[in-house]
Unconditional design. Structure first.
Length: 902
């Protein structure tokens, strides 16, 4: 744990500490929004270095027709600044200014405080190899086909079966293999259907359920590994504590997605009409997709040049779905190894004495090596067939290029180019490199005709019969190029798995560990830990659960993906523990501690599909695969669904003190007796837990009702808002009951109020508990429906009025987010003021110790206290709803505008 020096918050005043925080924030922004920065190198210097490397036969000679060689004094090189390079540059900069030193680098890589980054990376990559080997064997696509056949042509049944399939598989092997194999399958399946207009319902559901399921096992996600190591959590204990909320999430999410978010025949049709696969393709033996394809087949998803190519592409896509390749021996072997490995890990981890656990990579690394050796042996055994298929594909691609280009005979291409124009660069496996007539291409042949190892590629004549091989100026580049291609065609499974391993995760994670360790030693993590300590003291267990869940989800989008978020939050919680260890008289309640830890565990997994795709590395991979399949998903595609929930939670937390004052003014015991200005955050825990789902229910119901009505008038807005409020009350009423009783100081916290209500189950029964939690349901609906009937039509009217005042030739379709915020504030204030009497009745009913109907309560207040009481708290209520309406509706319009109003 942290030493006394590491808990010293006075360090944050030092300039190096301030720069460290700035660098950390900027690094995370760059991870969220990567870019390329140009570097201009003098042309003469570039040519000298290039010619020297060519003379040393390290790279191939450049074409003399290269225009850049003769024009311009500088050569521009674009350097990527992304999630790999940005953290590394940040670490080097902090080392240069002495903000960090050897200790931070050591603790951020080798490990400290039970977090061993290198061990975690070895464990994750070795297990990832086994999972990706299962994927490369074709097992996932084969099983997906069986699920497709099981679902038949019933769209909703198929949606359900795929949902269960992806959830079950991701819970065992993690989300990356599901993204790698399941995403192309869904892209092909929806393309092969004639009545699925867009794949979004299927691919978004797949991505969400894969990330939800990855929270179950420690081995399924690197975030789980970091958390389990940081707090010495037994793997079996981790699973036992998260599996119930994860399964509940999956159960609740499915109908929500199917019947609310993605309702409509164009998204999930009742009957799916798949194109039929021709008989010749049905009987065609499936081909290993890991064998390199020709250049013509490479660009999957790109626009076809003619109708024939488009039809061919559709048939290829359909064949990928209906006739998948399956290497049964490899699939069985890798699956058995995976199951045995997971069982051994769980047993060893569960039986090891506390503090003497064996590194789990001792199990996973040998298992990965075993599967690797199997893949090598299988690839070598079938090398002749693999090379033959690869050669045929190259010939087919060459014939296709010859038929579409009259100049094809004047150019040659290197099948695998690791270097472009004679200079290092990353290109695709089949990228071509043009050369001059005087130069000959270094080639090798995978035919395997009596030769093993790296051989010469065959150069076909126009008739494709006579061949000749020649080698001119063998270079290191040509050896690497030909060697890589030879490995691809000889050991296709091994190379496919290695190419898909998330190796970029290693430098990213290690550098992020070092950056977070820099925050620890420079005093920032202790500052955050003290802030968390104050929050927990205010809100209790419920606040710890809701607060950590909210923070972890949000930070996934702004703190270097969910991995960076996990690293940072683990250090904060460790510092929080160290703070209490220095004060033995005030130990951390174990229930609160583990509530915080497991709330973070679920939050960092769910945060992967919250706002931005860059919230997780799996999201970036998912987007790239979809782009290659012709499906474009913007980085803010998720924002619309989550905008209302996130805005609502932010508003409720920020303006909570005003709501507390309003409740105490409306209390029958009086303002001062109810607490006055003390403890104005009492009961906030229940708000944090209920705000996001309540807001999400409202917006989804509101939009769905408007779409169902098919109108855009005031009636549609009023009905939509009313339905939305009634739906939101399913979550809002119980949280209001608990919150109000804590605000009025009837209980010390929302957790205590909830425990009291739930404790009555033994004496009063479950029905009584249910009625207590939903006390005031009727009056709440009576308050919310008039409120929304006033607020939302008025908000829509003000927006339309604003647009009507602008010139017709320059009139936008929607107001800006700022304008929407102003109109939201006005409409909210008007609605809040007019419905205050109903709010007073709602508060009195929820705080009353005896159940009472609305009419008798109204008469009693009128007789005993007078009519003025019905407007108690109108000032705080109008103020916080006005501000809340501005943020709530402004952010909703802003997100909707970003997504083009979709």
């Amino acid at each position: 744990m942290e030493t006394t020096d590491e808990l010293d918050t006075s360090k944050v005043r030092h300039w190096r500490s301030i720069i460290t925080l700035i660098v950390f924030v900027l690094t995370n922004i760059i991870v969220l929004f990567p870019f390329h920065t140009p570097i201009y190198i003098p042309r003469k210097l570039w040519n000298i270095v290039s010619d020297t490397l060519t003379s040393l036969r390290l790279i191939d000679r450049r074409s003399t027709t290269n225009a850049e060689r003769e024009h311009g004094k500088f050569r521009k090189v674009d350097v990527p600044i992304d999630f790999v390079t940005a953290p590394l540059i940040a670490d080097l900069f902090l080392l240069a200014i002495l903000a960090i030193g050897r200790e931070e680098v050591h603790d951020g890589t080798v490990g400290a405080d039970n977090i061993a980054p290198i061990n975690i990376m070895v464990f994750f990559l070795s297990l990832a190899y086994i999972a990706l080997s299962i994927d490369a064997s074709g097992l996932i696509r084969y099983l997906a086909l069986k699920v497709l056949q099981k679902g038949g042509k019933n769209g909703r049944s198929l949606f359900f079966y795929l949902y269960i399939f992806f959830f079950a598989l991701a819970s065992v092997i993690g989300n990356d293999p599901i993204v790698l194999s399941g995403t192309p399958f869904l892209a092909y399946m929806t393309r092969a259907s004639s009545n699925i207009e867009t794949a979004r319902a299927w691919i978004f559901t797949q991505f969400a359920v894969a990330n939800i399921a990855s929270a179950i096992l420690v081995s399924s996600n690197p975030t789980n590994l970091v958390l389990a190591g940081a707090f010495e959590v037994k793997f079996i204990e981790y699973t036992a504590n998260v599996i119930v909320p994860v399964i509940i999430t999956a159960i609740v999410l499915f109908p929500f997605l199917l019947w609310i978010v993605f309702r409509g025949q164009k998204l999930v049709p009742s009957r799916i009409h798949l194109h039929e696969l021709p008989e010749d393709r049905k009987n065609k033996p499936p081909v290993n997709p890991n064998i390199p394809k020709g250049q013509k087949d490479k660009q999957a998803g790109q626009a076809s040049t003619n109708d024939q190519d488009e039809g061919q592409s559709s048939l290829d896509s359909l064949e990928e779905v209906m006739n998948p390749f399956l290497d049964k021996p490899s699939a069985i072997f890798a699956s058995v190894v995976m199951i045995i490995t997971l069982i051994v890990i769980l047993v060893i981890n569960a039986t090891a004495p506390a503090g003497k656990e064996y590194p789990v990579w001792w199990v996973t690394l040998p298992a990965a090596v075993l599967v690797f050796c199997w893949d090598v042996a299988i690839g070598w055994r079938h090398r002749h067939e693999s090379r033959r298929i690869a050669r045929e594909r190259r010939q087919q691609a060459a014939e296709g290029q010859t038929s579409t280009s009259s100049s094809a005979n004047a150019t040659a291409s290197i099948p695998m180019a690791l270097f472009e124009n004679g200079h290092p660069g990353v290109t695709s496996v089949e990228a071509g490199v043009p050369v001059s007539e005087s130069e000959k291409i270094v080639a090798s042949s995978p035919a395997g005709q009596g030769t093993e190892g790296i051989a010469r590629y065959e150069s076909s004549t126009e008739q494709g019969r006579a061949t000749e091989s020649s080698i001119e100026r063998t270079t290191l580049q040509s050896l690497i190029t030909n060697g890589y291609r030879w490995l691809q065609e000889t050991l296709p499974t091994v190379m496919a798995v290695l190419s898909h391993l998330p190796l970029k995760l290693v430098p990213f994670a290690l550098c992020m560990f070092v950056l977070v360790q820099a925050l620890v030693t420079n005093g920032w993590v202790p500052v955050f830990a003290y802030g968390w300590n104050h929050w927990v003291n205010w809100t209790g267990v419920v606040g710890a659960i809701g607060g950590m869940g909210f923070i972890s989800v949000i930070l996934c989008n702004f703190a270097g993906t969910n991995i960076g978020t996990t690293i940072l939050l683990c250090r904060i919680i460790q510092s929080w523990v160290a703070i209490h260890e220095r004060d033995p008289n005030h130990p951390i309640n174990q229930r609160t501690f583990w509530a915080t830890v497991y709330s973070m565990a679920i939050g960092v997994n769910y945060g992967a599909f919250s706002i931005a795709l860059s919230a997780s590395l799996a999201g970036l991979l998912w987007r790239d695969i979809l782009m290659r399949k012709g499906i474009r998903v913007g980085s803010l595609e998720f924002a619309r669904v989550n905008a209302g929930a996130l805005a609502g939670t932010t508003v409720d937390i920020s303006l909570y003190p005003l709501d507390t004052l309003k409740t105490r003014l409306q209390s029958s015991s009086g303002f001062w007796a109810a607490g006055g200005f003390r403890g104005i955050y009492s009961g906030i825990g229940s708000v944090v837990v209920g705000s996001a789902p309540g807001a999400a229910l409202f917006f989804v119901s509101y939009e769905s009702t408007k779409r169902w009505l098919g109108k855009d008038g005031a009636t549609a807005h009023m009905l939509g808002a009313s339905v939305g409020e009634i739906a939101a009350c399913a979550v809002r009423v119980p949280t209001e009951v608990i919150k109000s009783r804590a605000q009025a100081k009837q209980f010390p916290s929302s957790a205590a109020a909830l425990q009291y209500v739930l404790g009555q189950r033994r004496t009063q029964g479950l029905v009584h508990v249910w009625r207590e939690l939903y006390r005031g349901w009727g009056i709440t609906v009576m308050r919310e429906v008039p409120f929304t009937i006033i607020q939302f039509p008025l908000w829509e009217f003000l927006k339309k009025w604003s647009l009507s005042q602008r010139p017709a030739h320059n009139r936008p379709k929607e107001v800006t987010g700022a304008e929407s915020a102003v109109y939201g504030a006005v409409s909210g204030a008007v609605a809040a003021g007019l419905t205050t009497p109903l709010d007073v009745l709602k508060t009195r009913m929820m705080l009353s110790t005896q159940r009472e109907n609305v009419f008798s309560l109204t008469g009693k207040i009128w007789r005993d206290e007078g009519g003025r009481v019905f407007f108690s708290g109108i000032g705080p209520r109008t103020m916080w709803i006005s501000i809340g309406g501005a943020v709530f509706l402004g952010s909703y319009t802003w997100a909707s505008n970003l997504l083009g109003g979709r």
